[in-house]
Write a new protein. Structure first.
Length: 150
């Protein structure tokens, strides 16, 4: 993501606020896009994905879970194919290569949300956007969304 990116900052004060922010972010991140979600453990990355998936009609919030052990979860909406990946447990570029990221983003209606993608150069090179999440006090979260438009 070396070219000029657009940027928006958000702050939420609750889990419900983070879920609701998914609708706003879903409007910004029109497919096809690969989005890196970064932030500490517990920063709210999966909670945000729940909100995005629900806003796009791809899944109910309660049906979205962290793919920490399965690596990839897929959700199909009326106009979107949502892929949710968690790369926390992976260590090498070779492990990333077998996931098929390029195939995922080649779908015209694909939104690929990748937790911990910033750890791998190959993922960073494919990314169209990033969301950086930070802990605040209690359930407060700060988010910076950077993206490039088509």
């Amino acid at each position: 993501m070396k070219e000029k990116l657009r940027e928006k900052r958000f702050r939420t004060r609750s889990v419900a606020g983070t879920l609701a922010l998914g609708e706003t972010i879903a409007e910004i991140l029109r497919p096809p896009k690969l989005v890196i979600l970064s932030g500490e453990v517990g920063a709210g990355k999966t909670t945000l994905v729940k909100g995005i998936a629900a806003a796009l009609g791809a899944a109910f919030e309660d049906d979205v879970t962290s793919p920490t052990f399965t690596l990839v979860h897929e959700y199909e909406g009326p106009t979107i194919h949502l892929f949710h990946l968690d790369l926390y447990r992976l260590e090498t570029e070779e492990q990333i290569a077998v996931l098929g990221l390029e195939e995922m983003i080649s779908e015209p209606n694909a939104l690929v949300l990748v937790e911990w993608g910033e750890r791998f150069e190959s993922v960073v090179n494919l990314a169209d956007a990033e969301i950086v999440m930070e802990h605040g006090e209690g359930d407060e979260r700060g988010m910076i969304v950077r993206w490039r438009d088509e």
